[in-house]
Design a protein around this ligand. Sequence first.
Ligand SMILES: Cc1ncc(COP(=O)(O)O)c(C=O)c1O
Length: 373
Amino acid sequence: MKQEVGQVPLSGPFLDEREEELVLEVMRSGRLSLGPMIDRFEEAFAAYVGAPYAAAVSSGTAGLHLLCISAGIQPGDEVITSPYSFASSANCFIYEGGVPVFADIDPHTLNMDPDAVRAAITPKTKAIVPVDIYGYPCELDEIRAIADEHGLAVIEDSCEALGARYKGEQLGTHGPPAVFAFYANKQMTTGEGGIVTTHSEEEWRLLRSLRNQGRGDAGGWLEHVRLGFNYRLSDIAAAIGFGQVEKLDEILPRRARVAQAYNELLAGIDGVELPLADDADHERSWFVYVVGLPDNATRERVISTFERERVGYNRYLPSIHLQPYMRERYGFREGMFPVSEDLSSRTLALPFFTGLERDAQERVAEVLRTALA
Ligand SMILES: Cc1ncc(COP(=O)(O)O)c(C=O)c1O
């Protein structure tokens, strides 16, 4: 990856000749879409995660949207999700006329607090979209128990959490369908892309039809058995994905080492809250490295120092309910989800990617220390 001297980028992909070779193989085959590489990629991904079925799609958002259709979300149905997430966690059901209901988060895990989920349920609730934010597994068993009690669907937004483990097992294996995303800042990338894992063959077949303009298994190219979408992943993207799956056993431990190095470098800096450590039930897969700062003014001060020093950053993550379109459409206001809002105002993503070198991390730590001094 090209970068200026002294600059530390926020993120970057981890690719080599293997992906190039696989992309060339697809280009030379002439099968650029709906070719054999999609099946190879899906099979390899499903095997890696330990899920019976996987359907590749054009983005994480597309995967979440298709699961909302599969769950039968209809106009007016309420769906509960986390306010401290990326907009797609809510957009996916709004596309189907679903109404967003947010459940505030736990200040430590940054994931939905199951008590808040329980409190948000009404007779109109149809589904829950728990998010494994920053790769830290959500309270899946408690959320599933609430869903079972009320007859609700669970759609797990694991877009940031490939390789994370809940109670010892990888996300995607626990039962609810889950979605993983492959934008270039994710643990693995296909440029753009996503994949849905499911335990139901019937759901898998439905997803494959929905992503392919509603075509059926048996009919021809111009027969559409349902309202579908073009949410296909190209075979070129799938080739990159196949190469990335092959190296996940290298990528994920490397990212964990980069995170561990930050933990050590930042441990002594006053005013920096480090990401929550794993426990017996939750093993994070490192997507981003996000620290908590004392308040918004401090964060802005740090950001101006980062800009001056050409250190990458992002204000991860704004609360979804306070986005302009959310305020306008649904009347959400400040104060509704105080834990999420507080964290949104003072959390900051530092440069983080698989190939980040120790000396660059030392520089980030030093710039952060200076900014906070
Ligand atoms: C939590 C979460 N959900 C959904 C998505 C959507 O994924 P995509 O950008 O591939 O549509 C992302 C991606 O950034 C995400 O972080």
